[in-house]
Design a protein around this ligand. Structure first.
Ligand code: PLP
Length: 375
């Protein structure tokens, strides 16, 4: 039996095991927060920002970002149509309306031109997503945001370790959010982080995430109804070990991408992730846009699964999903977002886990070439 090739997977070393073992043994009582504080400090330092808040997920980080920016009912927030639904769901949590904008053909990220066309007097923010480790054209996005006075939130869930003009992914907006879900480059099993340089946003987030308590409150003096969004010390210990190894993890991701690029060199009708000169792509998921003659991503996913290779579909446009069916916002997006509707049905994420070996990548490439030759 050939070994199954998984689509994602973490890199866990003695360091992770030692920190988590120490946390489960000692991070209680007055030490309960030690690993959270160390993880947050190391994460903030790596990104060159003042504040980092460890959270249970990126979804909660986006929820708090919107709340801290004062976004609520009657407001509109622009989000790319092709992304994981977690980028958009928090817009609904706060009672605002998601407006789904198209992506760029090369970066697969939010298009500034599309954003411009979606802005209305009710637009309060845009959520830019660093899709699969790639980066949108932040200069153009900032120009649109400045012109209309709207806030930029960066969903860097898929881009830990990526860079845009030398700046770390997650630092390109007023707030940046990360996911440490088990599939992500840097993982804590489940988990997330919010980073910001803005003191007011930081203070607001600390209150909102702790049931409306002021930092340091010991008298259960809840000043408002808030949320309970915390990361456990065991997760933080795992995260600390991972952020200490971030450059190693990114180097491995980039090596895996280079193996694919080489192995698929002869496949001129497949397009892989792009990396413009001013970007360092951390290639969370190596992604292939397939030729239309293959008849869509589902057939390709099945073909590879039958040969022991797990892949994932490129995100279908959010505006095409039942979750948003019938909303006026989704109906308009379906008419408008040509690139999402062209790429979405024809692209897949290839196995990209940190445990992959070159021979695995070559096997995937061979099967993919076989599929192309047979169609
Ligand atoms: C994974 C992911 C999230 C959500 O992260 P959770 O930690 O699962 O909440 C948000 N946005 C994007 C783009 C993601 O890929």
């Amino acid at each position: 039996m050939m070994k199954r090739i998984h689509v994602s997977g973490p890199s866990i070393t003695e360091r992770e095991i030692a920190y988590v073992t120490d946390a489960v043994s000692h991070a209680w009582l007055s030490n309960a927060n030690v690993y959270n504080e160390r993880f947050e400090r190391a994460f903030a330092d790596y990104h060159g920002v003042r504040h980092a808040v460890s959270l249970p997920s990126c979804t909660s980080a986006l929820h708090l970002s919107l709340l801290a920016l004062g976004i609520g009912p009657g407001d509109e927030v622009i989000v790319p149509d092709c992304t994981w639904i977690a980028s958009a769901a928090p817009i609904s949590y706060v009672g605002a309306t998601p407006v789904f904008a198209d992506i760029e053909r090369d970066t697969w990220c939010l298009s500034a031109e599309a954003v411009e066309a979606c802005v209305t007097p009710r637009t309060r923010a845009l959520i830019a997503v660093d899709l699969y480790g790639g980066m949108p054209d932040y200069e153009a996005l900032h120009a649109v945001a400045r012109r209309h006075g709207i806030a930029v939130i960066e969903d860097a869930a898929e881009a830990a370790g990526s860079q845009y003009r030398g700046r770390a992914a997650g630092t390109l907006g007023a707030v940046g959010t990360f996911s440490f879900h088990g599939s992500k480059t840097l993982t804590t099993g489940e988990g997330g982080m919010l980073i910001t340089d803005d003191d007011a946003i930081y203070r607001r987030v600390l209150v909102l995430r702790d049931h409306g308590r002021q930092p340091g409150d010991t008298l259960f003096d809840n000043r408002e109804v808030g949320y309970k969004y915390k990361m456990s010390s065991l997760q933080a210990a795992l995260g600390l070990a991972q952020i200490e190894r971030i450059e190693e993890l990114v180097a491995r991701k980039r090596e895996i991408f280079a193996w694919y690029r080489e192995a698929l060199d002869g496949c001129s009708d497949i397009t892989l992730n792009s990396e413009p000169p001013h970007v360092r792509n951390s290639y969370w998921m190596v992604t292939a846009v397939l030729p239309e003659r293959l008849g869509g991503k589902v057939a390709a996913i099945r073909h590879l699964a039958e040969r022991g290779i797990d892949t994932r579909p490129f995100f279908s446009p959010l505006s095409s999903l039942q979750a948003y069916a019938g909303s006026a916002s989704a109906l308009q997006a379906r008419e408008r977002n040509r690139v999402c509707y062209e790429i979405g049905p024809h692209a897949i994420n290839l196995p990209s886990g940190l445990q992959l070996e070159r021979a695995d990548v070559e096997r995937v490439a061979r099967e993919l070439e076989g599929l192309l030759a047979s169609a």
